[in-house]
Design a protein around this ligand. Structure first.
Ligand code: NAD
Length: 270
């Protein structure tokens, strides 16, 4: 496998909580392909300090805390990254999701509306805030690439995914809308990757996750894509090999999204 897909490229990775995180693996794979990184996460998520192990593993990347719902924090992050990189940079990974309603077991039909706003703000509007801040600061180079992580509950009902489904629909819409404006203005591309269910802190917070991941595995011709494979896919989207891909929601799910039923699942009803 090539090891210089991201040679000379620089970017910010949001959302590496621990070594299971999709963002953690993406940081490692991007670094292995030659990228220089700045890491960030919410200040509360840094209490355990694990992100500093990752920072050391990717060549001593700076860690700049930012609550992705705070434009002020995001502006400080973008400015800090530009200072570190010596100017505009090439890519951003948005790997952020959190729903207080899902966490606290609130049914979709009975959500707490303040929490609902938090779900949308953290999981979707944060992408808009990040892009708007980057645009104002001239932070991304031409042909730069932004990837945000999504899930197929944006298109189809998965009952236990709750209000996160609405957040993912909004996230995909922001990628499309902002992708137009950022593309016209600066040739920056913006996509979402719709990933298989994956064993991580955020994933495991969804009720019935173990059964669900097994169901998804049996419905996917290639099986579920894991976090490491997702990291590889993100690396290709940051690279120059995908320069004309933008405003897309790209399924990275082993074929799940185009499978009506598998023989394995039908067999269970025989
Ligand atoms: N795990 C899955 O099954 C799965 C499937 C499809 C998509 N995704 C998406 O992948 C992304 C990454 O999740 P993951 O599975 O790696 O789990 P994870 O729990 O490791 O990552 C979620 C991250 O969001 C961060 N975060 C939460 N609130 C924040 C805030 N206010 N500001 C900044 N960061 C904040 C957390 O600190 C954490 O690092 C999420 O968007 C998630 O919805 C996950």
């Amino acid at each position: 496998m090539a090891n210089n897909l991201l040679q000379g490229k620089k970017g910010i990775i949001f959302g590496a909580l621990n070594d299971q995180s999709i963002a953690w693996k993406t940081a490692l794979h991007a670094h292995a392909q030659g990228a220089e990184l700045v890491l960030t996460n919410a200040p509360v998520a840094m209490r355990m300090g694990e992100i500093h192990q990752l920072a050391a593993a990717v060549g001593g990347a700076p860690v700049i805390p930012a609550d992705a719902t705070s434009v002020e924090d995001l502006d400080a992050l973008i400015r800090g990254a530009m200072e570190h990189f010596g100017g505009p940079f090439d890519f951003i990974l948005h790997s952020i999701g959190m729903s207080p309603n899902v966490r606290k077991g609130k049914h979709y039909t009975d959500v707490n509306y303040e929490w609902y706003k938090t779900t949308l703000d953290v999981s979707a509007i944060s992408l808009h805030k990040t892009l708007a801040t980057a645009l104002k600061r001239g932070a991304l180079k031409e042909w730069g690439s932004v990837v945000a992580l999504s899930y197929i509950a944006a298109q189809r009902i998965f009952p236990d995914y709750g209000d996160m489904a609405d957040a993912k629909s909004l996230l995909e819409s922001v990628a499309r809308s902002f992708g137009y404006h950022y593309g016209v203005a600066h040739k920056v591309r913006i996509n979402t990757v719709s990933q298989s269910p994956t064993v991580t802190t955020a994933g495991s917070g969804v009720k019935g996750f173990d059964e669900f991941i097994a169901y998804s595995e049996s419905m996917s011709p290639l099986g579920n894509a894991d976090a490491a494979a997702c990291a590889d896919y993100c690396v290709t989207l940051f690279s120059d090999m995908t320069r004309y891909v933008t405003m897309q929601n790209l399924f990275h799910d082993g074929g799940f999204s185009n499978t009506g039923v598998s023989q394995e699942v039908i067999g269970k009803f025989a």
